[in-house]
Design a protein around this ligand. Structure first.
Ligand SMILES: [Zn+2]
Length: 692
């Protein structure tokens, strides 16, 4: 799914403190009822009035879509959310117990973190007070020459992301090395295009954004003229940074984000910014060279820092402190923050209940502490063994697929197979859990906890510099409903959270499990061979391993997908971006093909024994092949607000649910055969695309 080459913001504190509470926990209310357990292959979701050959999504999901409007506290509602909601509910119950009656020091730690977030009463009493130390710090900036040292301090002591990010990552040309890297950041709106696009909708939103910033400064107590001037300064600086930023599609190309430089070379890009002072302040170790992912950005940043007044720069820093802390402060800040980011930008009607926000926040900060207890309750040992079997079946199928690929030369096939054989599988949860003993959690200091936890993660990341890579590390927490592939590590990762219905149900027939989790496994494997992944070799190094001729054929085929998905509409005047979503679409299309092949293998080997309960080759009126496609299609049933569809079309590398279902099956003729479609019908077009 999402490619996370970087882990962001973090830092460190010393000493263990289990947080003596002086304040009685004033718990915000919990969930009203237990969310229902999602099911895999849901007959009642099917709209039999629709024709699967004309609109498969409507057929597979029509009744679900009609019966499941977006809840008031959400902007998108689909099968993933149903499961995530249930996982959050189970996690909440565990966190509440830990907050009230902790049995271990670890439970005490995450229980206190959770309690500090749930204490709305304390947050309301404190108002903007928790923010005062960082605002005081920013006020000490007297000269632009001190800015770099200030940015370092804000990033490391206050977890404040401004201007750019510094982190340690695997060297993309030598994945055994962990190197320093820096890249553009520092925008508030979801994408650079929000600052630059010249149309009425964008102009209106920019006006609303400036108004929001102004209101937030007013809440902080700034005088009206000052608040208005500050809001304009923020917009001016962010617009300049946006102009200097590289767009998302270019950021997908490993060659475009790899520029190894010395410090002197980086300094030459932004001569007025004191990098030596900055690096000293970050406490990162010594290095000779670093990767400057976005050199043009640093030139633009330098130019803007020359132009902007000291006061404007301070307004920009104050704004980032304010917006980062706003959801953690008293009600007026929380509400104004919600009004812009959730309501205006995303179309959300009501704020997310506190218990959900606090559950998510605790999982984000202490996920591998919380997860240890969560997997004991929610991840039975046989689930792991069953997943291993499924993964092995998919590996065989992808090997077969590569062997039979009509467009690829034998030389490249040998390399592709070697890459497939080298993929490592991580299932469920980490073999060794992260040690949080150096993280201080205080029951009466929510903002402090968030800052210290970000500090802890940042320090953990920066400490990797020059060290060997830990291949056992996970980038997602156990209850997460998601999965990922890492190109530098060449591994696929499936958190325990996704190994449940509607993705996986051990009591169901293979057809629905291959259509569910099987297509997810296939998707992650295919990421190793998409527009990005295919540039990395088995060891996770960027190295051309295709012959030039095969690379040209690959690009011709991915261009077909780009064009196809460019044509899919998500809102009035807003289509998907075929280049932005290319990797995910390639993974969807390859994933379903190999999951289907793996199912056919099982059916051929086991025959009727694989599908008990079938009458005349059908169960519930569907053949195994039809059940496979329906289980797949139903993963993508969803509703979303129009605003959310627009934001995601500009920022999300994944296509929307409807097009993940339809785009995929219309490129796979086995679908048309399974449902008896005729060539030329919408789901069985003559101009379909195939990469893998
Ligand atoms: Zn993906």
């Amino acid at each position: 799914m999402n490619l996370k080459l970087i882990a962001s913001f973090f830092v460190l504190s010393t000493g263990v403190c289990l947080g003596q509470s002086l304040v009685a926990p004033e718990m915000a209310p919990g969930p009203a009822s237990e969310p229902k357990k999602p099911i895999i292959f849901d007959l009642s979701s099917i709209d039999k009035t629709a024709d699967p050959c004309t609109d498969f999504y409507k057929y597979a999901c029509g009744n679900w879509v009609a019966k499941n409007p977006v809840p008031a506290d959400q902007v998108r509602w689909g099968r993933f959310n149903e499961l995530a909601e249930r996982n959050a509910y189970l996690l909440y119950a565990e966190l509440k117990t830990a907050a009230e009656e902790p049995k271990t020091p670890l439970q005490k730690k995450y229980g206190d973190y959770f309690a500090s977030c749930m204490n709305v009463d304390l947050a309301d009493r404190l108002g903007a007070k928790p923010l005062q130390p960082v605002l005081d710090k920013i006020a000490t900036l007297k000269d632009k020459k001190q800015l770099a040292a200030m940015v370092a301090e804000l990033q490391s002591e206050y977890a404040l992301g401004t201007f750019y990010a510094l982190y340690v990552q695997q060297d993309q040309k030598d994945s055994s090395q962990q190197i320093a890297s820096t890249r553009q950041a520092g925008l508030t709106l979801p994408d650079r295009s929000y600052y630059l696009t010249d149309d009425a909708r964008s102009e209106k939103l920019r006006g609303e954004y400036i108004e929001h910033v102004r209101k937030m400064f007013l809440l902080l107590g700034d005088a009206p003229e000052q608040a208005a001037a500050e809001a304009n300064s923020v917009m001016t600086i962010e617009t300049a940074l946006g102009k200097g930023s590289t767009d998302r599609v270019e950021m997908r190309d490993p060659a475009k984000v790899y520029h190894i430089m010395t410090l002197t070379e980086l300094q030459a890009l932004s001569p007025d910014y004191d990098w030596t002072a900055y690096l000293k302040g970050t406490k990162i170790g010594e290095f000779k060279t670093l990767n400057v992912a976005t050199p043009d950005f640093f030139k633009a940043m330098n130019a803007e820092l020359d132009t902007a007044s000291l006061d404007s720069i301070k307004s920009y820093l104050r704004w980032h402190a304010l917006r980062t802390a706003a959801p953690l402060l008293s009600r007026p800040f929380v509400e104004e923050n919600f009004n812009f980011f959730s309501a205006t930008l995303q179309g959300q009607k009501e704020d997310t209940p506190r218990w959900k926000r606090c559950t998510r926040a605790t999982d984000g900060a202490l996920g591998e502490a919380v997860g240890q207890d969560w997997v004991k309750q929610n991840f039975p040992p046989d689930a792991k063994a069953n997943m291993e079997k499924l993964v092995a079946a998919l590996e065989l199928a992808l090997g077969q697929d590569i062997k039979e690929l009509p467009w690829m030369s034998d030389a490249t096939k040998v390399e592709a197979k070697a890459k497939l054989d080298a993929i490592r599988n991580k299932i469920g949860y980490p073999a060794n859990w992260r040690d949080y003993s150096s993280l201080t959690v205080k029951r009466d200091d929510y903002l402090g906890n968030v800052e210290r936890s970000a500090e802890f993660e940042r320090a953990r990341n920066l400490a990797k510099l020059g060290k060997p890579v830990d291949e056992r590390e996970w980038g997602m927490t156990p209850p997460t409903v998601n999965a990922y592939y890492s190109p530098s590590q060449n591994d696929i990762n499936f958190p325990a959270g996704i190994l449940q219905p509607p993705f996986f149900d051990n009591s169901k027939d293979p057809a629905v499990n291959f259509g569910g989790i099987g297509t997810v496994i296939g998707h992650e494997m295919t990421h190793g061979f998409d527009d990005q992944g295919s540039k990395y070799d088995p060891q996770g190094n960027v190295r051309p391993w295709f012959t030039a001729e095969d690379r040209a054929k690959f690009t011709e085929r991915t261009d077909c997908e780009v064009k196809e998905y460019d044509g899919f509409k998500v809102a009035e005047g807003q289509n998907l971006n075929g280049k932005l979503t290319l990797g995910e679409n390639t993974a969807d299309n390859g994933g379903i093909r190999i999951a289907y092949q793996a199912l056919e293998e099982v059916l051929a080997k086991q025959g009727a024994a694989a599908e008990p309960g079938y009458v005349d080759g059908k169960l519930d009126g569907y053949t195994p092949q039809q059940r496979f496609f329906l289980a797949f299609g139903q993963l993508w049933c969803q509703n979303q607000t129009e605003q959310n569809a627009r934001v995601l079309a500009k920022t999300d590398p994944h296509s929307t649910g409807e097009w993940r279902a339809k785009g995929t099956v219309q490129n796979f003729d086995e679908f048309g055969k399974a449902f008896g479609c005729k060539v030329g019908q919408p789901m069985m077009p003559t101009n379909s695309c195939r990469v893998w």
